[in-house]
Design a protein around this ligand. Structure first.
Ligand code: NAD
Length: 295
């Protein structure tokens, strides 16, 4: 690996989360900084909730350009910031801190990344109906940003577990704060799921069903749930093609996995921290990313 020439001028951007050593994020960010020609390095720091306040004080004191934030810190870091973006506020989660001359602004680029990955593939749900399954962090970000970006109608399904109330809150927030009309349905009602999918432009799995330890699984009973005009996306990026996406592709649907969301959330975060946008085609080639399937 070629190393960035670190000098006295080199600046720092972090990633604060725990655990974090497995993350691809620093490699993605460092590749982008190299392409942009900026003298910055990105390093992952094992920071848990107990250390977060001190870590943010450190970010300020060291004049770091910003930081990416992942679990368990996404839902608590807003307490230590000066401002939080409207999308991050509605999501109740921050994944990016931009340092504007000592003034720290929290953003959430997960949903932005998802919407940009759709656009990158000429998929535009604005003015249309979508069905999204999920009630966790990824689902909330995708649902809120899609509503903010002009989706007309959203059917949100979630199973009856400890996350379910998040989905109910998201429906309420969308209906109160955007022009989108959101409705909650229990995931246990599969007839209803089939009906809502059939009348949607886009269907999204935003749960962990399909990745380890649930790899190979899907809550969709059979291919009759996938009319071939339906566009089908999954936020999961590993495996590249979940059992759900495979079923949809075989039914003739255009499908997209979560690699695009992951890439574009990083591109959006870099733009917010540095004011510069890295070329997404370069990044896809550099990282070996391709995420749309059409038979
Ligand atoms: P989370 O723990 O916050 O939420 C988990 C969600 O999965 C909940 O809605 C829960 O109800 C649902 N769920 C779990 N088991 C289920 C089952 N058996 N049946 C139905 N629903 C079930 O997790 P998260 O952070 O929202 O992550 C969810 C997925 O999104 C993960 O696979 C993660 O890798 C992926 N993700 C992708 C990106 C990206 O950039 N592509 C970003 C964040 C998360």
């Amino acid at each position: 690996m070629e190393r960035h020439q670190i000098t006295g001028h080199t600046e720092l951007i972090g990633l604060m989360a725990y655990p974090i050593r497995h993350s691809q994020s620093p490699a993605t960010h460092n590749a982008a900084y190299e392409k942009l020609g900026v003298d910055i390095v990105n390093l992952a720091f094992e920071v848990n909730a107990d250390d977060l306040e001190d870590a943010i004080k450190g970010l300020r004191a060291l004049k770091m350009r910003g930081s990416n934030i992942s679990m368990p810190n996404k839902t608590i870091v807003h307490k230590y910031l000066d401002e939080v973006s409207p999308a991050a506020m509605l999501c109740g989660a921050v994944n990016t801190i931009a340092n504007r001359d000592g003034y720290l602004i929290g953003h959430n680029t997960d949903g932005i990344g998802y919407v940009q990955s759709l656009k990158d593939n000429s998929i535009d749900p604005a003015g249309k109906k979508v069905t999204i399954v999920g009630s966790g962090g990824a689902a909330t970000a995708v649902q809120i940003q899609s509503a903010l970006d002009g989706v007309r109608e959203m059917s949100i399904f979630a199973r009856d577990d400890s996350f379910r109330d998040n989905a109910l809150e998201t429906v309420d927030k969308i209906n109160k704060n955007t022009n989108c009309k959101a409705t909650f349905y229990p995931l246990e009602d599969l007839d209803c799921l089939k009906k809502e999918m059939a009348s949607s432009y886009l269907f999204t799995n935003a749960t962990g069903v399909g990745m380890k330890p649930l790899e190979g699984q899907t809550y969709i009973p059979d291919a009759s749930f996938f009319p071939k005009e339906l566009i089908v996306t999954d936020v999961i990026y590993s495996p590249h093609e979940t059992a759900m996406l495979k079923m949809a592709r075989k039914a003739g649907c255009k499908t997209m996995n979560g690699q695009g969301m992951m890439l574009f959330q990083a591109i959006a975060a870099i733009e917010l921290m540095l004011g510069q946008r890295v070329d997404s085609e370069y990044m896809k080639e550099k990282l070996g990313i391709s995420y749309v399937y059409e038979d």
